[in-house]
Design a protein around this ligand. Sequence first.
Ligand code: CP
Length: 316
Amino acid sequence: MKNQLLSINDLSKDDVLSILSTAAELERITEGPTKKLPTLRGRTVVNLFFEDSTRTRISFETAAKRLSADVINFSAKGSSVSKGESLKDTAQTLQAIGADAVVIRHGSSGAAQRLSDSGWINATVINAGDGTHEHPTQALLDAFTISKRFPERKSDFSGLKVAIVGDILHSRVARSNVLLLTKLGASVTLIAPPTLLPVGVESWPVLVSYDLDEELPEFDVVMMLRIQLERMQNFYFPSEREYSRRYGLNEDRLLRMKQSGIVMHPGPMNRGLEISAASADSSRSVIVNQVGNGVSVRMAVLYLLLGGASLSEVSQ
Ligand code: CP
């Protein structure tokens, strides 16, 4: 496995399976009496967040602390970035304090790659979401959540039908999930109005539909995406009401889903826009599970990339 995680393309299928099985093992260990493992004692993990986050930042912090790493949380708001300090100077500051891993979220696509390629730091770089490009640990926690809900498939998703619905254009979660879920063998259908699909989507390894109702009963997984109003300078649909009517997951659609079908959403949700409150809170929803699974998956990523002490030794 490479010592950085910038894109799902950095991972082979075996790497993915190793992360998922390590996450399951870490979950098993930390659900027992051993809540905290000494495996990353003496290592420093910096959460470098130039964009807002709740789930990703908190779960990386929790994951690093459960592995006994020291954690520094850096938010651009309230730092010298707001005085104009560059990414380079910020990175060199982190190098000076001895960061072993930098978990970076940035509004610009390619920022994590830039940090990794720059030579400004020696630390392992983990992409926690860069612009509209990728969010690899979100896709990994989504795959982990799916594998737990469909245990008979283990980590082979051949035959599993996944719909990713909504604002594909602005979604780094969709890009990482397409790469990862197809790597594991799933069939992925993107469902969105034409205005919310990226140019060149025909070359992605997916099916594309403009109609949520057409195949809804066929899907095992319906992954709803947030409408990213903050990234929209133009009008992409006539009105929120119209969008919700055509592409929102509501109670009627929920009833038409496959008996075993599950509802996912990476969060944060626009309740009442892409997903109704009843759908988000229904028994089909695994949205809260996704957040919890994020901790185990991020523990696995930190553990494997930073080469922590053997789990069999530390979990005795
Ligand atoms: N899913 C996700 O990235 O959520 P946050 O923006 O809260 O981290």
